[in-house]
Structure formats: structure tokens, C-alpha cells
Write a protein that binds this ligand. Sequence first.
Ligand SMILES: Cc1cc2nc3c(=O)[nH]c(=O)nc-3n(C[C@H](O)[C@H](O)[C@H](O)COP(=O)(O)OP(=O)(O)OC[C@H]3O[C@@H](n4cnc5c(N)ncnc54)[C@H](O)[C@@H]3O)c2cc1C
Length: 408
Amino acid sequence: MKKTLYNCIIIGGGPAGARAALELSKFTNNILLIDYREILGDKLCTGIIGKECAEKYGLAEYLIHNEGNSADIINPSDNKFHLKSDNPKAFIIDRAKYVQEIIQKAIKNNIQVFYQSRVTNITVNKKYAEVSYTRSGIKKTICTKSIILASGLESKLISKLNIKPINKENILNGSQIILKNTEKITNTKVFLGSRFGSQGFGWIVPTFKDELLIGVLTKSRSKNILHQFLNTITDEYNLKNMDKKLIKSWGIPIKPLIKTYSDRVLIVGDAAGIVKPVTGGGIYYSQISADIAVETLKIALNKNDFSEKFLSSYENKWMDAIGTEIENGNKLRNILFGFEDNLLDNLTNFALSNKFITNILTSNKSSFDNHFKSVLNFINNQKIMALFSKSKYSKIKEIIPNMKKDIF
Ligand SMILES: Cc1cc2nc3c(=O)[nH]c(=O)nc-3n(C[C@H](O)[C@H](O)[C@H](O)COP(=O)(O)OP(=O)(O)OC[C@H]3O[C@@H](n4cnc5c(N)ncnc54)[C@H](O)[C@@H]3O)c2cc1C
């Protein structure tokens, strides 16, 4: 029997792989998506997406767990600042169902899905690429013209392509637990300060399902920090009888790979390190990169050219679209998460009690999807600059000039 030659094999069915599958399925056939999971999209995540992502890719009402139009920011000294915008800036979604909905649409367009199948090797030759996978202990090898590698952070497959993996220093550690919302908390809460380790923060996110997603993202050991954080908030949020064994942990890369393509292969989403660095959000950017990968493959399939040289245009395109935001987002992360507790306290007390400043922070000019652009708008606002320059704290006075110096 003649072996199938797929047009594309997508490895990984998270947001990146799902988006790639759907967009590819709109113009070509013979596409296969492989994932080792049984339930696609069911990876540790808080499921917050910005308004821009919802508008660009659509968001069915039934997927929304909660709307993000208000948040409490809690500083290191436990002072709380309530921010509220007129319209939702973000949505907390059922991420697994969100991903599955995209994949179901792709299946309707005839893509094939292999569930519970782990890809163990990729080899590339002049005529095609070979993908080896195991399912229920049985190993098989299949052939394809091209591969979209959307296998997320854990990808051991990157090294098979002779591409240097993302440095550990550029990987954040996240831990999260889901608990009952007995206190009927309605606002998302973001906690700042050194108690969350190096460059860390914590969160409590309520959902419509009467649950609280409580988590920590840090460059330090997130699980230990979440344990300690839970101990400090148990009474206030009535978190009794929690089973800390239910804490899940996962990593988030915040700097892209040195190279996101090779012969017959395009790397997208977390596997490529294409993530918003400030918050570690990757649902949106992973789909943008998948979209651009598909755009590139569309031409490659027409020309039958899957050479590294031709596919390199993918990297130029995603860099044009979100490269600046990622590069400067990393600089911004280093600045914002480098503030000592004392400065964070002073800064939040000063800025988040000022109506003019909070109005700007909650206005349409501040986007949840483009942190760098939003901060740029903020620090270039004449009135904001004047307010900061009049602060009685020298360190606050220096913040905007220092930021401009460090970023540009
Ligand atoms: C604690 C935490 C909270 C987060 N909260 C948010 C948030 O609120 N908003 C946001 O935007 N982002 C958030 N993120 C980040 C977000 O989850 C990721 O950026 C996003 O999932 C990236 O999508 P992806 O498709 O690239 O990778 P993934 O979602 O990781 O998908 C990769 C898929 O590939 C499969 N796979 C891997 N290796 C193989 C293999 N060898 N063979 C077959 N299949 C394979 C996996 O099973 C998986 O399904 C969070 C992350 C963490 C850790």
C-alpha cells in the first residue's frame, strides 16, 4: 500500500496547533494534528485573553468564565487598589473548550487528529520529513511535506532540529490551584512584591463556576511560593480543607528561540518562545504566530519549496507583527519586576490613588494584549510625566526618565 504523504503534520494541539490546523484546513487537505493528550487544550493555564484576541479570533459566549473589567492590585504592604474600566479589557475563558472548539472546526474541514500519540522524533530529507510517534506503546513513522511544531514548552523536539533550546533563565515557572470560591469573590486580584520570588507575582481569579484560580508566576520555585502564599490568605478567603497536592506547575518561555524555522519545519507558540513577556500570556501570540506560519506554508505548498531559506520569511513576518512588543516587553518586565518592595509600595500608593493616572490605565489606550505599547502611551503622556516629576520620592521622579533610557 502506498504511504500517505501529508501536506502538513502539526505537532501539538494547544492554541497554536489548533489555530494552525484551522487556518490550514481552509485551503488544503491532508493535514494531521498529533497530540499526546486525550483532552486537547487541557494544559495548566489561567485562561485570560485580552479583548484584541477575542475580537481577532472570536469568542463564543459559552466559553467565557468571567469578564475582566475590574481588578484589585495588592502591593507588598497589602494595600489594595481597585481599578475598573467601562468595558472588559480581558476575558477569563474555559481554555480547554476554547482550543477544542477551534479543533472541531478544523475537523469539519477534514483535518485528521491522532490523540494520545507522542511524537518522539523528526527527521528531514530532501523529499519529505518523517515524524515518528508512539501510541499505546506502538511506534509508527509517517511522512509529510512540512511540519508545524506547536508542542509548547516541553519540546524535546527542538534539539532534533539542531536549534538551541530556550535558556532556562528565560523561562518563568507557574503554579496554580483551583479552589472553591466560598467568599463569593468577584474581582480578580493581582499581588505584587518580593514574596513572589524573582520577577514574580501572584493572582486570584474568580470564575462564574464559583471557583478561584490561585497562582504564582516567578523566576523562582513557583510551587513553594504558592504554598506560602496560600498559607497567608487561607483565613481571608476562607480556603479551608484545601488539598495542596492539587497544585499544578508548568513553565512559560519569555524569549524566542534564536531561530524559529528549519528545512520543512516552522516553530510556533510556546515552542518558539512567542509569548507576551510581561504577564507570560501566550494564548494570543501563539495564535498570531500560527497564523503567520500558515500564511508562509500556503505559499510554500504552492511553490513546493520547503527549504529553510524560503521558510525564513515566517520569522521576518512574525517579528514584524509582534517582535518589537516581545523584545521591549522583556525590557519592560526587567524594569517593572526589578522594583524593590519599598519602591513598589510608594509607586502604587502614588500612582494608583491618582484618578488621572488610573483613568489612563483603565482607558482604551491601555491594552492587555500590547503591554509595551500601552506603557509607551503612558510614559509619553505629558501630564503623566509632569505628575511623576513632581513626586516627593526621588526614585519615583526617576522612573519615567530611567524607563525611557533603558528601553530606547
Ligand atoms: C500557570 C500558567 C498560567 C497561564 N495563564 C495564561 C493566561 O491566563 N493567558 C494566556 O494567554 N496564557 C497563559 N499561560 C501561557 C499559555 O498557557 C501558553 O502560552 C499557551 O498555552 C501556549 O500555547 P501553545 O499551543 O504554544 O502550547 P501548549 O498549550 O503548551 O500546547 C502544546 C501541545 O503540544 C502537545 N505536545 C507536546 N509535546 C508533544 C509531543 N512530543 N507529541 C505530541 N504532542 C505534544 C501538548 O500535549 C500540548 O497539548 C499560562 C501558563 C501557565 C503555566
